[in-house]
Design a binder for this molecule. Structure first.
Ligand code: PLP
Length: 349
């Protein structure tokens, strides 16, 4: 193939971005203190911004989305309890089993086509309140839903689901690793999307493009409890302002431009469909698209390998399903190049 590749087009995840010059400058110049002593002004500023954006009383910086979800569970459920969680949720399938392995919780899964659960499914999943069952104490939602192809839960739907949870006496946590993508896609405020839930985690390192960090947001007393859990799992930090500074830049500069990623994803998805690939969801809403490679066309692993040889990176397939994730470091001309490369690969079949 004759494509002249100046750079790799990395569509493995939206975590593949490099810090912008502005982030690097902010990190170099950040005013710092010891965050374990609550002395770091830059961390304090980032946390205050996160509390305001989420509309929650308080926020706490954690190292990753996984750590935020883990600490949220540790703070709100006790070992031996059960939590309700969608069967393809990141916290259930891709966080190394902390739900049972660290928290001692029973994950009670339910399924939600397109990542959007129905209230009756949640009601049905809760264990009956009998002494022989684990006590169901929490509902975890994911917004946007990664494995469902970046699908969005609206504020209205979230309120409906959280109301069911509240009626069952459950706490609610939203894994909002990509809640800003949902906010942009639905034109809703993050604070409205998470208002019905007790806690939310959002990531700075996905579409927002920071190198490290996530925020757990919720009521002040719960966040005090969460601080202790964060310390127990080794997550207390010292001069964390040196990377929190990039998080502040990410929040200031990374949100509005997510729309560009969503547009690029739609363009990519529609071109891939023209080439005969099957989009694995009924709607592309944000920055993730899953595609099925028809078995007669080529093996998905060969497709991924052929793309990699041409400088387009995507993760290994699950079955015949492959994922493309768009982000700040992939622009519309990269999308056009990636499409040309896909077309050329498929033509050779
Ligand atoms: C939906 C979702 N939640 C949580 C996480 C975990 O974030 P981190 O990689 O920062 O631990 C991810 C990571 O991709 C994710 O996609």
């Amino acid at each position: 193939m004759e494509f002249e590749m100046y750079k790799k087009i990395d569509l493995r995840s939206d975590t593949m971005t490099r810090p912008t010059p502005k982030m690097r400058r902010a990190m170099a110049e950040a005013e710092v203190g010891d965050d374990s002593y609550r002395d770091d002004p830059t961390v304090a500023r980032l946390q205050a911004m996160a509390a305001e954006i989420s509309g929650k009383e308080a926020a706490m910086l954690v190292l990753s989305g996984t750590m935020g979800n883990l600490v949220a569970l540790l703070s709100q459920a006790r070992s031996g309890n059960a939590i309700l969680i969608e069967e393809r949720s990141h916290a259930f399938i891709s966080e190394a089993g902390h739900i049972s392995g660290v928290c001692g919780l029973t994950p009670r899964t339910f399924s939600a086509p397109n990542g959007i659960p129905e209230p009756n499914v949640i009601e049905a999943a809760a264990f009956e309140d009998r002494s022989i069952h684990p006590k169901t104490t929490m509902l975890c939602l994911e917004n946007s839903h990664n494995s469902a192809g970046g699908r969005c839960l609206s504020a209205r739907k979230t309120a409906e689901l959280c109301e069911v949870a509240r009626n069952l006496g459950l706490k609610t946590h939203i894994d909002g690793a990509r809640i800003f993508n949902t906010a942009r896609a639905l034109n809703e405020r993050v604070s409205d999307l998470v208002a019905p839930a007790d806690t939310v985690t959002f990531c700075l390192t996905k579409g927002l493009g920071a190198p490290v960090g996530a925020l757990l947001c919720g009521p002040s007393d719960l966040l005090e409890e969460a601080r202790r859990w964060r310390h127990m799992i080794g997550g207390s930090m010292r001069q964390a302002g040196s990377f929190a500074a990039a998080g502040i830049v990410a929040l200031e500069t990374g949100v509005e431009r997510l729309t560009e990623d969503h547009e690029n994803t739609k363009t990519l998805a529609s071109r891939l469909t023209e080439f005969g690939l099957q989009i694995d969801q009924d709607k592309v809403e944000t920055n993730i698209v899953y595609v099925r490679i028809p078995k007669l066309t080529m093996k998905a692993t060969d497709f991924v390998g052929a793309l990699a040889r041409e400088g387009v990176l995507i993760n290994s397939p699950r079955g015949n399903r492959v994922r493309f994730v768009l982000h700040r470091d992939v622009d519309s001309s990269d999308v056009a190049s990636a499409c040309e490369i896909v077309a050329a690969i498929l033509e050779t079949q």
